[in-house]
Design a protein around this ligand. Sequence first.
Ligand SMILES: C[S@@+](CC[C@H](N)C(=O)[O-])C[C@H]1O[C@@H](n2cnc3c(N)ncnc32)[C@H](O)[C@@H]1O
Length: 543
Amino acid sequence: MRALISKAMEPPNLSPKFTIRACIEPILEAIPAARQEFVRHYGVHPYFTRRPANVVRAYIERYSQEGDLVLDPFGGTGVTAIEAFLLGRSAIQNDLNPFANFIARNIADTTLPSTAPLRQAFERVEQNCSKAIHEIEKDEIIAKELLKKLPLPENIRLPRNSDADFYYDMFTPRQLAGLALIKQAIDRETGVIRDLLLLAWSASVAKLNKTFLSAKGRAESRGGSSIFSIYRYKLAAQSVELPIWETFLGRFVNVLAAKEEVLRLRDYRERPSGGSLNLDSKTNSRVLAHDAATLDQVIKPGSVDYIFTDPPYGAFISYLDLSILWNHWLGFPIADEAREQETIVGGEREHTEEHYKQSLARSIKTSFRLLKPDRWVSIVFQHWDTRYFATILETAYDCGGELKAAITQTGDVIWSMHKKKNSASVLAGEMILTFYKPAKIPKTRKLEKTSADGDAAVILSEVFDACLNNEATSFTSEALFNRLVIELWRRRALSCLNLDREEFAKQLERRGWSYNTRTHSWSKAGYPKKAFAEMMLFDRERD
Ligand SMILES: C[S@@+](CC[C@H](N)C(=O)[O-])C[C@H]1O[C@@H](n2cnc3c(N)ncnc32)[C@H](O)[C@@H]1O
């Protein structure tokens, strides 16, 4: 870590105990996402907005040390916690969604001596049910008959915006019977073996249902459920019934590869500096299902060394509603309280924007409370609504957080499909905001709102010009938008950025910039051809 400490930045007047972390040089450039790099995340189980593990790893390595405690309060499938654990940190994964925790816990688990018992269990499951599955695939009447005897979950109502009214309506009789047969065989197994098989089964559920949209122009089995692209249970206009056993086998192979990768890392845990890492999930990996806003009830304040988190982005995804597909059949109950606490806008509970902002603000406050002094926290966020950015930036500021880096990560997009359709008007690049919590936080820190009192249109125009007046000859909408957010935040005038996507495009076109739908970037006639992938968001001299 020493190499990362800039001598010029050596802080004066801090007790030696607190100096080291203040000197960490923040990450000031986007890290290209290598999505498919680690089989422990890629392909095991789909989830919403999974962060690229190589990016998360780079942040963990930069802002924490071996033996540290790393937390992700909105952990999703556990990319942060799993990578932190594998990098020799103690990790806490937290998510309100039991199904997300189920994925995270099982990937991180290092208690198996090897994958041999898992392979043997798979063979037992195959012996138990693959013949019956092939029979029902040939004849739907057999499937319907079998359904009368098989254990099925209760046929509950689906969220109101679904195409189907009830849970069973999402499946054909073959799919329902096939999945029930496999689950029945898996349920005879025990412990982590059973859970890993259920993980493969649950990933198959994502493909073996009527919301599965087969990817055009690719193998029929490629594609996913509409809940990942349209964020609701939309039945496919032309439903594709994939072969049941082969689909399960494909998911199992992925789970097996993930487990082999993790166990290999456990068994080969020498570190370059000597000694070995303690990669024991029983002692160094903890999973919590708590509201991020009240995590201080279960984690000691001032005990965490680094937080990397990716909270929900407003109204796009109702995680608990959309995870019914898995939570319900896996038998994971969702408490009313959890639904109440979910940090989203909308959903079945019709959460308001106010609820979302308050919940987000409380989670950030709690995160700062949990963090030790002289430590760092990174928050990933993307949205057109700058009020949400204001919530994050103001809350972090109130907690004493110093914004040290704001990096636009393009290529990690979650809306790529929509982006293609709407080209210039959709924002899809998320920003990683990194704050430092100083050893001593000034008691009174008042947020000045200066320029916001001026004419918003004039300020916005000035800021557009200021942001465009740099070396960049080509940039994405999201890079510019994020730059505007930070520039206006510095001027304490974030509310001036109250513009829609069309107006944003007009502002650029008025200044002679045009949008290239092929490269999804803006450029200006007469500028040199050399293009910068991103605009520098953070000006080291000024900050
Ligand atoms: C954007 S996702 C995180 C995805 C994650 N970065 C990954 O790589 O898988 C946000 C997560 O926050 C969870 N969540 C929503 N409200 C929450 C709350 N109040 N407390 C804890 N988790 C919450 C959701 O269930 C969801 O998994």
